[in-house]
Design a protein around this ligand. Structure first.
Ligand code: ADP
Ligand code: MG
Length: 650
């Protein structure tokens, strides 16, 4: 009896999902779309956000028989989108996630033998193309969100163009939410563009009269004003980054406004919390979603009537001053602004409050954002393309070629790490580095650790570094210091945390007690096991150096010597190569401890109000000279010895 009623309620749910599917704009053109795909190898599909491209195209291809001879793959620039959309589609089809419909993101493969529709990040497909250059497992590939122009998507463009010319049975569909599709069509050889007719309502655009000093404060004010105005409809606020969203969350909660459900969404948010943004709020409660630009086109939430746009987003941009990428807050482009306001007009007429002036929009914003390939470090791309046998990267068919300087700089970095030889060819170390889904320096440290006899320990450290947010924020410092801090190294502190967790049987109670995210630690364990598999496959030996942690510090130095800083004054450091001042991050075990080593290396720089070095380890000056001779040498002056840049010997 019980079974039956469950089955019928299940049916009711399916029916409404089916109705929802049929209501989407793409449904009206389903057959035309399938026809054009039948007749062409490559098709560009353009449609407004929310028209059903991401959730429906895969299913249409499946229904039309494409999955009988291969998977239908769909790439996303964002991990969250890949996961969330796969979940939605598995519900629409009525299967468990990971069976017919699955997803894969770095370190997380939720697919099985049964999988027919696979959502994945573009990075995953790029790595798959290393193993299987013709992507034989796929009958169709949808490159979604092409307008985002992510680095991996741009590289895939060049590769897939070739694959399609070799495999006539492969369908390639490139989707975009914006109208810049002519460029895509031209790149792939004047292929057809299919427009999904939109269904949008007018949106009133309201600019600020004067520039806003504090966009967080301005956004809170604006949202509350809307909320208290009595008008109905949900609110969507666009913020540049997670930190602003957390601040915002608190600010709104303090006001304790009546019946307002404040829901954050950003890529690092745990997935159970992410799902909340799609749930309908209880009657009488207004949803206020606070999002990064993930909600611009990747995820569509129904029922938004009001958009509040801070005018900023975070972008990864190569910073020549520090010689590496930095995530920084930038003004959005006009294209972003228009996408954002469009979110308010999906289910009815809406309003968009832009927290910037009309003149800023017209005169200061770029028309479109510069593609990632033209503004970020390309070391990983260079490594991948080299291993695919692309000899001259400057000749690779990019839609928008990266600046030559950028390419050469990335090659230089790889040369420093020993991945490229003097002629620009891949070295055995470089070849091995490609095997790991990691940044080149992290792969390098793993490789070196085998020779130095501390690979088991480094494996743990690398895994810890590959997972965000191990510690709960506010308590971090005191807790970490008391219990785990290794005074000379944050890397070793991480190792220490993991070892203690292991010694406590991987207990979650232990994590809670020490303000450590259990989920994050489980992820570390998972990452560790996946990296270990690769090491075993590559016949790299796993050995621990026991308690001789100096070896570990030296090993880290061997892959990070190019990111070294020297003590300048009390608690003040300068970059050894550039002389640029940089500061210990307050969460570092070395911060304010009275122990100030002469030389440290850092894992990364974060730029907020100052340049902060995050995750640092004390090193010997002599190690720098020994391991990074292209940069440093030892200067003997009387009894004191100093490391200096070897390029400027007197
Ligand atoms: P597009 O890719 O064209 O922007 P989508 O296929 O992502 O459109 O979205 C179509 C519809 O599916 C939207 O109305 C959206 O609300 C719904 N949808 C998408 N993902 C989810 C999800 N994870 N949960 C609930 N609804 C979703
Ligand atoms: Mg989409």
């Amino acid at each position: 009896m019980k079974e039956k009623s469950e089955a019928s309620s299940d049916f009711a749910k399916k029916k409404t999902l089916l109705e929802q599917r049929q209501y989407l704009p793409i449904f009206a053109v389903r057959q035309q779309l399938l026809n054009i795909i039948r007749d062409n190898s490559i098709v560009i599909v353009v449609g407004e956000t929310g028209s059903g491209k991401t959730t429906q195209l895969t299913q249409y291809l499946h229904e039309d028989g494409y999955t009988s001879y291969g998977m239908v793959g769909c790439t996303q620039p964002r991990r969250v989108a890949a996961m969330s959309v796969a979940k939605r589609v598995s519900e629409e089809i009525g299967t468990n996630l990971g069976e017919e419909v699955g997803y894969a993101i770095r370190f997380e493969d939720c697919t099985s033998e049964k999988t027919l529709i696979k959502y994945m990040t573009d990075g995953i497909l790029l790595r798959e193309s290393l193993r299987e250059s013709d992507l034989d497992h796929y009958s169709a590939v949808i490159m979604d969100e092409a307008h985002e122009r992510s680095l991996n998507t741009d590289v895939l463009f060049g590769l897939l163009r070739e694959v399609v010319s070799r495999r006539t049975d492969l369908k390639l569909i490139v989707t975009s939410a914006t109208m810049d599709s002519d460029k895509f069509a031209a790149f792939f050889g004047n292929v057809p563009i299919f427009h999904i007719p939109g269904r949008t309502f007018p949106v009133d655009i309201l600019f600020s009269k004067t520039p806003q000093e504090d966009y967080v404060e301005a956004a809170v004010k604006q949202a509350l004003q809307i909320h208290l105005s009595g008008l109905i409809g949900d609110i969507l606020i666009f913020m540049p980054g997670q930190e602003d969203i957390e601040v915002r969350d608190m600010a709104l909660a303090v006001k304790n406004a009546p019946a307002l459900a404040v829901l954050p969404i950003y890529s690092q948010l745990p997935s159970d919390l992410q799902a909340k943004i799609f749930q309908k709020a209880p009657d009488g409660v207004r949803k206020c979603i606070v999002a990064t630009n993930i909600a611009e086109t990747s995820l569509t939430v129904d029922g938004i009537m009001f958009v509040v746009d801070s005018g900023y987003c975070k972008l990864k941009v190569f910073n020549p001053r520090i010689g590496m990428d930095a995530l920084q807050v930038y003004p959005i482009s006009q294209a972003n602004a228009n996408q954002r306001s469009g979110r308010a007009g999906r289910t009815g007429p809406g309003q968009c409050y832009r927290l910037y002036t009309q003149s800023a929009y017209k005169n200061e914003m770029l028309t479109t954002t510069i593609p990632e390939i033209q503004r970020t470090n390309l070391a990983n791309v260079v490594l991948l393309l080299k291993s695919l046998g692309v000899q001259d990267l400057l000749l690779f068919h990019f839609m928008d070629p990266p600046p030559e300087d950028n390419m050469l700089n990335s090659m230089y970095q790889l040369w420093i790490l020993g991945a490229l030889d003097n002629t620009g060819g891949l070295t055995p170390t470089g070849r091995l580095m490609v095997e790991f889904p990691l940044d080149p320096a992290l792969s390098k440290v793993l490789i070196v650790s085998c020779d130095m006899g501390c690979s088991a320990d480094i494996l743990i450290i690398v895994s810890m570094l590959s997972v965000p947010a191990i510690f709960y924020r506010p308590k971090v410092r005191d807790q970490v210091r008391e219990k785990f801090a290794v005074p000379e190294s944050d890397h070793l502190t991480y190792l220490n945390v993991y070892m203690q967790w292991k010694n406590n049987n991987y207990s979650s109670a232990w994590c809670n007690e020490h303000f450590i995210h259990t989920k994050a630690m489980r992820k570390v364990r998972e990452v560790r096991s996946q990296l270990k598999d690769i090491m075993v496959q590559q016949r790299m030996n796993l050995i621990s150096c026991g308690s001789d942690w100096d070896i570990i510090r030296k090993c880290i130095c061997a892959a990070y010597f190019h990111q070294a800083a020297k003590l300048k004054g009390i608690g003040e450091y300068v970059n050894v190569r550039t002389g640029m001042p940089c500061h210990l991050h307050p969460t570092s075990s070395l911060f304010g401890m009275g122990y100030t080593p002469d030389y440290i290396i850092y894992h990364e720089l974060v730029m907020t109000t100052k340049e902060y070095m995050q995750c640092v380890t004390a090193v010997d000056g002599e190690w720098l000279a020994e391991l990074g001779p292209m940069f440093y040498s030892i200067k003997h002056a009387g009894r004191s010895r100093q490391v200096r840049q070897s390029a400027c010997k007197d």
